[in-house]
Design a protein around this ligand. Structure first.
Ligand SMILES: [Zn+2]
Ligand SMILES: [Zn+2]
Length: 209
């Protein structure tokens, strides 16, 4: 079952990207794909921050994801032991339901390039994150090179997320947004806003993650 969702998702991502490359224009789809890659990093940061700080394993629909994040913080190396399809199928499953209607409803190559790139990188973020926790000599050479040039989140940069004060560096594709978000304390500001509005405290305030 798990590999099926990954296959479905990869199929739809390929349809999106082939649709974009079959058009006679290149620059706009390429730029849209690049935009999708950059925004996917930000999106993973927002989701990761939300799951790290709010809800628990009993939260409807996403409780199992929150539980996985909480377990990961207690034993970070566990994420490197997951089989590929088991690690990636939750995001593939969610992505299929968003990609499917977009693929059927619209043939715009620019939109397809953006959607294919955004959801492709978003879907791969758990795998990229697992690579950031894997010893260098166990990784494919290409992955190490992509980490070193900043295309993928590097172990050194992601390690900041697992150190006190445990409230930053949430982005998990390239991590390109982390420095800016950390510097501006964006997530800390959002936590304060949610506390003032709903009196909910984030887990990061207890520093127990
Ligand atoms: Zn985390
Ligand atoms: Zn981690």
């Amino acid at each position: 079952m798990a590999p099926t969702w990954v296959h479905f998702c990869v199929n739809f991502l390929c349809i999106s990207l082939i649709g974009a490359t079959n058009s006679n224009m290149w620059l706009k789809p390429v730029l849209a794909g690049l935009f999708g890659y950059i925004l996917a990093d930000l999106a993973t940061g927002i989701f990761h921050w939300a799951f790290d700080n709010y809800g628990d394993v009993s939260t409807p629909f996403v409780g199992y994801i929150i539980g996985a994040f909480l377990n990961h913080h207690q034993r970070p190396s566990l994420s490197t032991m997951n089989q590929f399809a088991n690690l990636n199928y939750p995001l593939a499953q969610a992505t299929v339901f968003v990609l499917l209607p977009i693929d059927f409803a619209n043939n715009d190559p620019i939109l397809h390039a953006f959607v294919g790139s955004f959801f492709g990188w978003f879907m791969c973020s758990l795998q990229i994150h697992a690579w950031a926790h894997t010893e260098k000599d166990r990784l494919p050479r290409l992955v190490v090179v992509l980490q070193e040039i900043g295309v993928l989140a590097s172990p050194a940069k992601h390690a900041l997320h697992h150190r006190p004060p445990y409230n930053n560096s949430y982005c998990m594709v390239s991590g390109v947004w982390n420095e800016l978000l950390n510097k501006l304390k964006v997530f800390e500001a959002m936590e304060m806003l949610l506390f003032q509005m709903f009196s909910v405290t984030p887990r990061s305030w207890s520093n127990k993650d």
